[in-house]
Design a protein around this ligand. Structure first.
Ligand code: F0G
Length: 464
């Protein structure tokens, strides 16, 4: 065995039973779900790696904090507890709670973007992209070219190509670029980190042009951990110090707190100036709630205040990254192609290489999600043409994105290493019979809203 197992740095004192549905139940479930993983019921799944969002286990300290929730409509103690934690861990003076990450995106993009604007990114995630479209604007991917090559092994495949970024700003003019956003880690590109050196360069470009730099910081602690272990000049700093240094590059951050901050629900915007804070608040009040709770209960704010501190624990982060790597190592031994190196929160199987005989417009990543569920009631998700298609502006023709990935997102502090071994074995079994998978998927019905098809599409197998 190439991969060494790192034991869990926690004990489990509360358990949630899970059950493996038999093959005929799985077939029925697939039909009922219209072959879309979002259509499955959780009870039909044994190991659920659909997402690492809101699916983690809270610590006993977080559960204890829930009891301290102050539910005052305005100015609750719980808001001040969160503000204090943000100041301590991230160094921002202003905090706006939101109900989750995309709510923060709605507030930021809905307030700052106008039709025709461009937002340079390394890469946006699906809902982030959809929110930018919804504001009439467009994201422009500026990630380094190697990010599109699953087999290229680089320590910081989430980095922004500074040349591409400068080109966008020069081409569009800075009045058409109201903000720059960098996703840490880069989820759409395989959970790949961004180096501190690169964040500082992006920050310099942003300042030079007078454009605010936002981080999409859902997985900021995992990113900081990768910097510690991969970026030599910062290896003697603690994850906390690195995280602060990352934050120091940005004017503001949008956070889905359902990821690294270890809560089941919650999001936030943090910023440095009163001006930015007051610019964003009206939309918070319209869509989320008053400025000091933003769609969350006081108890949620308390759990988040604790989670923000816990997410920087290096024993926890070390195990987390090792667990993802363990899954990647097991797949690698069997020759299964995936994005290398393994990401911080997930393994992204290269579905285009796994099923080269399935045309991109027949959604190979989603076929893989169906086959892995069929094999062992494991749910992952396709992040390929169905989720990230582009349309030719003139002909309306569908253009597949550069990557066709199938993601296995590891829930935080939830599954054990033996669950991971089970998942690997199911995927390897599908890999062994991959040539016998002779169908693709077609859309029977899907919503017209740009960027959201994959959540609601009804699909149907068609033979090749
Ligand atoms: N930004 C990134 C990088 C994300 O991965 C997500 C969500 C969001 C923003 C939106 O946050 O879900 O709290 O509204 N990603 C999840 C995923 C859903 O499965 O990767 P949200």
């Amino acid at each position: 065995m190439v991969s060494s197992v790192q034991p869990e740095p926690f004990r489990i004192r509360m358990v949630e039973p899970v059950r493996l549905p038999d093959a005929s139940e799985r077939e029925k479930a697939l039909e009922r779900a219209h072959f879309n993983m979002f259509g499955l019921a959780a009870r039909e799944i044994y190991i659920d790696l659909l997402t690492d969002s809101g699916t983690g286990a809270m610590s006993k300290y977080q559960w204890a904090a829930l009891l301290c929730g102050d539910e005052a409509y305005a100015g609750a103690d719980s808001f001040y507890a969160l503000k204090e934690s943000v100041r301590e861990v991230l160094g921002f003076d202003y905090v706006i709670p939101t109900h989750q990450g995309r709510a923060a995106e709605n507030v930021i993009f809905g307030t700052l973007l106008k039709a025709g604007d461009k937002v340079p990114f390394n890469m946006p995630f699906d809902t982030t992209r959809a929110h930018i479209f919804n504001a009439g604007a467009e994201p422009v991917e500026c990630v380094i070219e190697e990010a599109y090559d699953p087999s290229a092994v680089l320590p910081f495949k989430g980095d922004v190509d500074i040349g591409k970024l400068e080109d966008v700003i020069n081409r569009e003019g800075k009045e058409r670029v109201p903000l720059i956003m960098v996703t840490v880690t880069n989820n759409s590109g395989g959970g790949q980190p961004v180096s501190l050196k690169n964040l500082r360069e992006v920050s310099r470009v942003a300042r030079k042009h007078g454009i605010p730099l936002f981080l999409d910081a859902a997985r900021m602690a995992e990113n900081a951990y990768f910097i510690k272990i991969r970026e030599r000049e910062f290896s003697s700093m603690s994850v906390r110090e690195i995280l602060r240094a990352m934050m120091d590059t940005a004017d503001a951050i949008a956070v889905s707190c359902k990821k690294d901050p270890l809560v089941n629900i919650g999001g936030m915007i943090c910023c440095r100036t009163e001006k930015m804070y007051h610019t964003l608040l009206p939309r918070v009040i319209l869509y989320e709630g008053f400025a000091t709770y933003g769609g969350l209960a006081g108890r949620d704010l308390e759990a988040l205040a604790v989670g923000l501190r816990e997410m920087t624990d290096e024993a926890y982060l070390g195990h987390r990254v090792a667990q993802v790597e363990y899954l990647a190592g097991l797949l690698d031994e069997a020759g299964v192609p995936f994005v290398k190196p393994a990401g911080g929160h997930a393994v992204f199987v290269d579905a285009a290489a796994f099923f080269p005989h399935i045309p991109r417009l027949k959604f190979p990543a989603d076929v893989l999600s169906v086959e892995v569920y069929r094999e062992g009631a494991v749910r992952g998700i396709g992040l390929g043409t169905l989720a990230f298609e582009n349309e030719d502006e003139v002909t309306g023709e569908i253009i597949p994105p550069k990557l066709e990935l199938y993601r296995l997102a590891i829930n935080r502090r939830t599954y054990t290493n033996s669950h991971i071994e089970y998942v690997a074995s199911r995927i390897i079994d599908v890999y062994k019979r991959r040539h016998k998978v002779k169908y693709g998927l077609e859309i029977v019905e899907a919503p017209e809203v740009k960027g959201l098809k994959h959540f609601l599409a009804k699909l149907h197998p068609v033979s090749l």
